[in-house]
Design a protein around this ligand. Structure first.
Ligand code: MG
Length: 350
């Protein structure tokens, strides 16, 4: 019989993290342990407040889940369709069950999840994300990220120029630019994209508000750099609008409801000729370990969420000189997970 337990947890970030639209020092997550006979799988929902899920909504969701009707974890389609049918939206907590189920199946088959999906284990050159900050702090963050070959830079505010000037003083590494919908118009966005192209940017993520379809379509036709949809592309069904709007998509397990749909999105996006970025939220090595299993499908990897937190309760793939070394362990690649030692605690009210 399939059974599960869950634990709310709060990830504490090493540094305050600011983007266009918000700033935070911690991220609520819900961790799931799924059991079948002597096998165990782990999953995670990461729920940054701006996306609408919380510990409260996750608890309400898990209280509705009854897996006892499923006698065989290999009925993955039935199980995950059932999880998806419990409520509209809630992609992160759905992803927690999807990730745990894949981990469990990997344990039972004794194969890593990339093999389950028919993919090769590949070293993954992840970018390191630098949030919006003062030029002094930005220079410090560039220094701290010296091992990484790509930097992901958050823009979308009044200080874009000083941020990029501070970065260009320190490095000529290729930059992923993420404006998080922060630029007000298509003209402002196009001006900035031309300037950023001269400042080592190689792609632009979500430049303008996601619902500004006409403006985004115009921008995609005029931009000298590829434009990647993130907030504007959540699940598989969103691919139907992507072709006109973006040159690529940022796939995240916490948007796609997990590995099953992320894999399908990546396969289809490739056939459509779209570029693929594999991204993340603030996550532990559990969800990052899961996403890394799909790394072979991506053009660009942005899986550094676990590196930015102080209290990761899991250990998975080693990151050496900015490169994720995918291990060959079964399932997600978690190393000796210790569920009993994960303390429940809520962040102090503030
Ligand atoms: Mg983004």
């Amino acid at each position: 019989m399939l059974s599960f337990s869950f634990r709310p947890y709060h990830l504490e970030k090493k540094h305050r993290f600011s983007i266009a639209g918000g700033s935070r020092t911690n991220t609520p997550v819900m961790l799931i342990q799924l059991k079948f006979e002597s096998y165990t799988g782990y999953g995670e929902a990461s729920m940054p407040p701006l996306y609408g899920e919380s510990i409260k909504t996750a608890i309400e969701f898990v209280k509705k889940v009854d897996l006892t009707v499923f006698k065989d974890p290999f009925n993955t389609e039935d199980i995950l369709n059932y999880i998806d049918s419990i409520a509209h939206r809630h992609p992160a907590i759905k992803a927690a069950f999807d990730i745990a189920l894949h981990d469990l199946i990997g344990q039972m088959l004794k194969i890593p999840i990339h093999s389950y999906f028919g993919l090769k284990a590949q070293d993954l050159n992840t970018s390191k994300t630098i949030g919006i900050d003062s030029p002094e702090i930005i220079r410090q963050r560039v220094e701290e990220a010296k091992d990484f070959q790509f930097l992901k830079i958050k823009l979308g505010g009044a200080t874009d120029r000083e941020i990029i000037e501070a970065i260009n003083e320190k490095t000529s590494k290729p930059l992923f630019i993420d404006a998080n919908q922060g630029w007000a118009s298509k003209e402002e966005a196009l001006d900035k994209i031309h300037w950023l192209k001269e400042s080592n940017a190689i792609l632009i993520e979500q430049p303008i508000p996601k619902n500004a379809y006409d403006a985004q379509s115009w921008l995609a036709a005029h931009s000298p750099l590829p434009i990647i949809g993130d907030e504007g592309v959540q699940r598989f069904s969103d691919l139907k609008i992507v072709g006109e709007l973006y040159h690529g998509i940022n796939i995240k397990l916490m948007k796609s409801t997990g590995l099953r749909e992320a894999f399908k999105m990546a396969q289809t996006a490739k056939i459509m000729g779209l570029k693929i970025m594999l991204g993340c939220m603030s996550e532990t090595s559990c969800a990052i370990g899961a996403a890394a299993q799909l790394g072979a499908l991506a053009d660009w990897i942005d899986l550094d969420g676990n590196l930015a937190i102080k209290n990761d309760p899991f250990t998975a793939h080693e990151v050496r000189h900015g490169v994720i070394k995918l291990n060959k362990l079964p399932g997600l690649g978690l190393i000796d997970p210790k569920w009993e030692q994960i303390e429940d605690y809520m962040a102090p009210a503030h």
